[in-house]
Design a protein around this ligand. Structure first.
Ligand code: DQA
Length: 143
């Protein structure tokens, strides 16, 4: 089975970007940790980041053909994008939404998620470890 792990805008700057909120781990570190765990769990992963909404949507469309589950940190698109929600609604498998920070503890505009209307599970506030927890869960769901 294959799990797509998709990351939205500004997550390429993870580790440098507001480290007091998001920590010092880089997205390359997250990817390496996910790859090691995927091997242990016996799943394939496609790990992707883009600052462009359309590129995220194109990867969700690709996942329709190639993946059994999607893990997505939509970043700011979480709070703005009906288009990402609509794309996820075309995907048949489990969708897990991940936020590094606890969005509920932050500004009120981060409390609403369009993606949560589709997500089967949501992680928030687990730091970058949330990706690994989500991957373990996804692997269990698609096994
Ligand atoms: C985030 C939370 C979002 O509100 C924010 O726009 C991000 C990252 C998180 O991982 O905590 O870019 O999704």
């Amino acid at each position: 089975p294959t799990v797509y792990i998709l990351n939205g805008p500004n997550l390429n700057l993870l580790g440098q970007r507001q480290p007091e909120i998001y920590g010092s781990t880089t997205l390359a570190d997250v990817e390496a940790d996910c790859r090691a765990l995927a091997q242990e769990l016996g799943v394939e992963i496609v790990f992707f980041q883009s600052n462009h909404e359309g590129a995220i949507i194109d990867m969700i469309h690709e996942a329709r053909q190639n993946a059994q589950a999607i893990i997505i940190n939509p970043a700011a698109l979480t709070h703005t994008s009906v288009a990402v929600l609509d794309a996820l609604n075309t995907f048949d498998g489990p969708v897990i939404e991940v936020h590094i920070s606890n969005v509920h503890k932050r500004e009120s505009f981060r409390h609403h998620s369009y993606v949560s209307l589709r997500a089967d599970a949501v992680m928030a506030g687990f730091g970058t470890h949330g990706y690994q927890l989500a991957l373990r869960h996804a692997a269990k769901l698609v096994a």
